[in-house]
Design a protein around this ligand. Sequence first.
Ligand SMILES: [Zn+2]
Length: 355
Amino acid sequence: MKYSFKIGSVWNIPIELHFTFLLLILAVFLLSLPSLQFYTFFIVLFLFVFVVFHELAHSILARHYGIKVRKIVLYPIGGVSEIEEIPDNPSQEWRIAIAGPLISLVIGFILLGVSLLLSPNLLSRILLFSPTTGEFLFDLALLNILLGVFNLIPAFPMDGGRAFRAILADRMKFSDATRYAVNLGKIFGFVMIVSGFFVNFFLIIVGLFVYLGASEEGEQTIISTKLVDVRVKDVMQSEVGRVGPKQTILEALEVMFKNRYHDILVEDEGVLAGIVSWSELMKIAPDQRGDLLIEQMPLLKISINEDESILEANKIIHKEKIGLIPVVKKGDPYKTVGVITGEAITKAFEQAKNR
Ligand SMILES: [Zn+2]
């Protein structure tokens, strides 16, 4: 998802703010202006610093297990660690899921201890568990504890739900475990939305997030697990349109239109050289396309083995922002046996969804 921008990075993990988060901060600030009471504003600001700690705990443990962490994005309802892939090791997944809430609880109890040392009379307020005493540390403590406890609810895609799925996945197929966790997540989401009308408006928003998040991520995971066994050679086109380095851009465009490619595959005397992307070709003005040769264009050296999973092909296509990848034979990285296109992958995804 776009509409977020980087504010910094910790241990090489980029931290981004989503624009809706800025709207929240702005709204709280504007609401504070008339009375010049900035208490809530600072509470929200500090709470999100602790949300970053929470997310860092997930990210750092994930990285410890060798899993790539793309970034942390802050949304108004909390943070999200974008982790490259789902750990196929359930015992790692539940540990990564639990690390965040655990840190929130630890921070919460430390802050609680300090605030009680400073003003022991707050002890009686703990039973009310209402973080609106006007005591900064105490309120932050309760909010962190709330953040920890709340995230432990086994409602997928919240942390507790992920841990729940991992525990199930130890005993059954990953896609079945996801299905159970998703259904439980939907039930929790629904209960949150309904009870939000009686308890707190914020609960409705979180409930919606849980309900929609569970549906969406559940579907994604189930599709992925269905597709993991589909090989590149199962969906590739084996008729390949190619050009040589001495051909013109105009000729390349003709081959592309005929084959409905988005990029052009370049071969030099039967040896795969790479691809020239559509966006590079389009940079050349139409009246120059008859003169300029393919070898004068920037070449992207890219290919995929025919036995790879199409999930891997999908990853490359999105990362490189291209429309096709040359498919090569195992053991011969310069022998093209076909091409896999973005459309073919999308079609396979659609089929998996309807299966
Ligand atoms: Zn978390």
